[in-house]
Write a protein that binds this ligand. Structure first.
Ligand SMILES: [Zn+2]
Length: 249
């Protein structure tokens, strides 16, 4: 189809993005049917989870729901949007992808623990060390908060979110959800899982009467990098292994 992405690769990417949506659902990062993932294909086109004729939520996403569209939301291949519609919040994805050439994948989800922790006034802190080393490092780098709870359905709003995100890996959308970036679907989805886990721990600490605090700086400095891709591959296989059976197509 393009100089960059061949048909076999494209099918693999559709499969992987669909699995990413199902992991978000299995991890309860998007209660209900909302949420979506996008993945950059080339300069003009992305893959994105669309709403299809049998829409029944992220948990039931199949590769058929993952369509090639342009950054303007038009079909990226002939007939690609026949029967499918792009998400209302497509601008959230494309404005981040436009501003951040280093980002390939954008996850948008509505994780209730992350949203609740922010609404409770808890700032995400690197509360843990060896419990989740990549998650702790991500949070230590800062997770900015976009303060509005609106549906991000215009380029202007998408641009505002992208502005708040800046060079960070993720941002919270107050009263709404998260945007999480990555170099691949597994990386972005696993980052969303980590953020929600740390938000959950914050809520547990606060509920037990404690104050969520970052771990010692010295401990953080000693945390090793466990080797990105090996760790990522194992963590991803783990997520896939705990998915319920393949959804109906
Ligand atoms: Zn949303």
């Amino acid at each position: 189809m393009t100089a960059n992405v061949h048909d076999n690769d494209l099918q693999e990417l559709r499969d992987q993005l669909a699995l990413g949506c199902r992991v978000l659902a299995a991890r309860e990062l998007s209660p209900g049917f909302l949420g979506h993932i996008s993945l950059r294909l080339d300069e003009e086109r992305i893959l994105v989870r669309c709403r299809g004729p049998h829409e029944s939520g992220l948990a039931h996403t199949t590769a058929r729901d993952v369509r090639v569209v342009t950054l303007d939301g038009e079909p990226g291949l002939p007939g690609e949007l026949d029967g499918w519609t792009v998400p209302h919040e497509l601008p959230l994805h494309v404005q981040i992808l436009r501003r951040r050439p280093d980002v390939r994948c954008v996850v948008h989800a509505h994780p209730r623990r992350t949203v609740a922790a922010d609404l409770a006034g808890l700032v995400l802190e690197p509360l843990v060390g060896a419990y989740d080393i990549p998650g702790s490092a991500l949070v230590a780098g800062g997770v900015p908060v976009y303060p509005r709870s609106v549906l991000v359905c215009s380029d202007a709003l998408g641009d505002k979110v992208a502005e708040h995100l800046g060079d960070h890996a993720a941002a919270l959308l107050r009263g709404h959800g998260v945007v999480v970036t990555g170099d691949s679907v597994p990386e972005a989805v696993l980052r969303a899982v980590s953020i929600d886990e740390i938000a959950h721990l914050s809520l547990l600490v606060a509920a037990a009467g404690g104050r969520p605090r970052p771990i010692d700086e010295a401990d953080r400095a000693e945390l090793p990098d466990l080797g990105g891709s090996i760790n990522l591959d194992v963590a991803w296989r783990h997520e896939l292994s705990r998915l319920p059976a393949t959804p109906r197509t």
